[in-house]
Design a protein around this ligand. Structure first.
Ligand SMILES: *[C@@H]1O[C@H](CO)[C@@H](O)[C@H](O)[C@H]1NC(C)=O
Length: 125
């Protein structure tokens, strides 16, 4: 095989690796767990949410599906911003969530919301 062909193949392979998301985090690398704190806020149970970045890279712009989300308890805007309809939640807006970092907040409502991750941007080296 001519050297130029090998060079071309190498470039094509390299580009394919990039477009396949080599070195990217998966949505499943973001773990969301919730539990009841046992505290009542304005007559509604309080829930504690922990979001963990289980990817080996840092992540930013982590967005959760916040369909139906409401809270009787005020949530710190540096931890979570809830958009108007359709409901999306941005975790730690403008900040990086490092590997193994746990981001926590609490809300209060009659029912628990699922808060599944729907998008994130990985910051792999
Ligand atoms: C968000 O959650 C709602 C209710 O669980 C679901 O119907 C909807 O399809 C989800 N949206 C996305 C973008 O995953």
């Amino acid at each position: 095989m001519a050297a130029s062909t090998i060079k071309l193949l190498t470039i094509v392979l390299f580009l394919a690796l990039i477009s396949e998301g080599y070195g990217k985090c998966l949505l499943s690398d973001i773990s969301v767990s919730q539990s009841r704190t046992g505290v009542m806020v304005e007559g509604k149970p309080e829930w504690s949410v922990s979001i963990t970045n289980k990817c080996s890279c840092a992540q930013t712009n982590v967005i959760l599906n916040c369909t139906g989300f409401r809270s009787a308890e005020k949530i710190d805007h540096s931890i979570l911003i809830v958009s108007l309809l359709p409901r999306f939640c941005l975790v730690k807006p403008g900040q990086t969530i490092n590997r193994d970092e746990v981001v926590s907040f609490k809300y209060a409502w009659d029912n628990q919301f699922s808060l599944n991750p729907i998008s994130s941007e990985s910051l792999c080296p």
